[in-house]
Design a protein around this ligand. Structure first.
Ligand code: GDP
Ligand code: IMO
Ligand code: MG
Length: 428
């Protein structure tokens, strides 16, 4: 069972990091295939908390080789800082590998991300400000700077200059900002070349060879299906393909090599940044979910918007990613509610929609239609088997399973490594 993809089923922060880490040393390769340091994956090991933005979550397992695939955008300062921070905490990390084809986030991308958002004002996306969108725009525009360019100084200089010839005009004339010096940027990038070189590989060749040998390769999604630039709530999305298909384009592994696609879904819903969110709560229930669930962004510290589970949203993710399994996280947070609403359809201007509406305008007008499941009072954080869960809690899981149309194979009952209920082993 070698190729397995982990994908967020909602708008991010579902607990992908924990679910990935949870599979432990049984994973030979853990690969990030999209996004950059806009991600924030939190992993709790005993009393220690680690937040990884760029490095794959498998890095905390000494037996796992980690890889940043060609689909990732890399801020080289962040790469170095995350490795140093782990080393300072005494974590011996296996040598992460980096695709020669991955694109680089430079300081001019980060600047452009921030000034564009400011310029958009009320129409802003609410990005993380990490330069991710501008770096992907350059990639698609065929002017991006790739990891391999660091090893050809003259090419690198030409590319940085060509970029800034144009971007400085935009920065100065449109945004009223100072010019960025191409020499400084080139020197900064070159300063990383020597230390980065031993990490750089042809990751497509490496991962295909690993799969040929029957190794377990886990593709760790960042962001989520509804933040996917093609399948998400455009334009309130990220600029890459976090969905399952992105695992193929973002690594050079073909779709027939993927055996399992696991959707990570929170037992309720959260979203950071702007964009439609039909089940969003503005009352004390929303506040209670935020406080109980510690729903504050792992990357920017922003308050996460909170709401009830939206089965319409997750069913869409099941469909476009062809999930084989769903891993339901943070079920423990729902203890204590008398009745738990689950959104099963939308009312759009008086018309019932059982699935995601086709257009963005309809989604903006969608009002949730709820069904109510009886709640439970018990603390479930010590449960380790499905049978140990209270009856109503089991009914809630069964209800979600039936509504989203995919089996639930694992349940998270706390942030700790061991706080997981396995129903179907994800690696068997
Ligand atoms: P990711 O971006 O998908 O990896 O998720 P984040 O790390 O941004 O947010 C998930 C948060 O929930 C983290 O603080 C995790 O430690 C925590 N978490 C993950 N699974 C569970 C769970 O089953 N129960 C509880 N209470 N917390 C969880
Ligand atoms: P993880 O991997 C939640 C959101 C931002 C913004 C939009 C675009 O931790 O689940 P970007 O900086 O990517 O251009 O911002 O996407 N966003 C996330 N929201 N979790 C994430 O990652 C996110 N990565 C990006 O808040 O709305
Ligand atoms: Mg996160």
């Amino acid at each position: 069972m070698p190729g397995i993809v982990v994908v967020g089923a909602q708008w991010g922060d579902e607990g992908k990091g924990k679910a990935t880490d949870n599979l432990g040393d049984r994973v030979d390769y853990c690969v990030r295939y999209s996004g950059g340091n806009n991600a924030g994956h939190t992993i709790k090991v005993g009393g220690d908390t680690f937040i990884l933005h760029l490095l794959p979550s498998g890095i905390l397992n000494p037996g796992t080789t980690t890889v940043l695939g060609n689909g990732v955008v890399i801020d080289l300062d962040v790469f170095r800082q995350e490795l140093n921070a782990l080393a300072e905490r005494g974590v011996t990390v296996p040598h992460p590998l980096v695709s020669a084809n991955a694109h680089i986030i430079t300081p001019f991308h980060t600047t452009l991300d921030k000034v564009t958002e400011r310029f958009l004002g009320k129409r802003k996306i609410g990005t993380t400000g990490r330069g991710v969108g501008p770096a992907y725009a350059d990639k698609v525009n065929r002017v991006g700077i790739r990891v391999q360019d660091l090893f050809d100084e003259s090419i690198l200089r030409q590319k940085v200059e060509a970029n800034l010839d144009f971007k400085n005009q935009v920065l100065v004339k449109l945004y009223n900002r100072r010019e960025i010096d191409p020499i400084q940027i080139t020197e900064l990038l070159l300063s990383h070349a020597e230390s980065l070189r031993p990490h750089v590989v042809d990751s497509a060749r490496l991962l295909n060879a690993a799969l040929d040998e029957g190794k377990v390769v886990l593709f760790e999604g960042a962001q989520a299906s509804h933040l996917d630039v093609d399948h998400g709530t455009y334009p309130y999305v990220t600029s890459s393909n976090p969905g399952a298909a992105g695992a193929c384009t973002g690594t050079g592994v073909g779709p027939t090599r993927i055996d399992r696609v696991v959707g990570i879904a929170k037992a309720y819903t959260t979203r950071v940044g702007e964009g439609p969110f039909p089940t969003e709560l503005f009352d004390e229930d929303g506040e209670a979910l935020r406080e109980k669930g510690h729903e504050y962004g792992a990357t920017t510290g922003r308050k996460r918007r909170c709401g009830w589970f939206d089965a319409v949203v997750v069913e869409h993710a099941v469909m476009v990613n062809a999930f084989t399994d769903v891993f339901l996280t943070k079920l423990d947070i729902l203890s204590g509610w008398k009745k738990i609403p689950v959104c099963v359809a939308y009312d759009v201007n008086g018309v019932r929609h059982d699935t995601m509406p086709m257009t963005q305008s309809e989604l903006h007008h969608a009002k949730p239609i709820y069904e109510y499941v009886d709640g439970w009072d018990e603390d479930i954080s010590a449960a380790r088997t499905f049978d140990e869960l209270p009856e109503n809690c089991k009914k809630y899981v069964a209800f979600l399973e039936q509504r989203v149309g995919c089996r639930i194979s694992g349940i998270g009952v706390g942030p700790g490594r061991d706080q997981t209920i396995v129903i179907n082993d994800l690696l068997s």
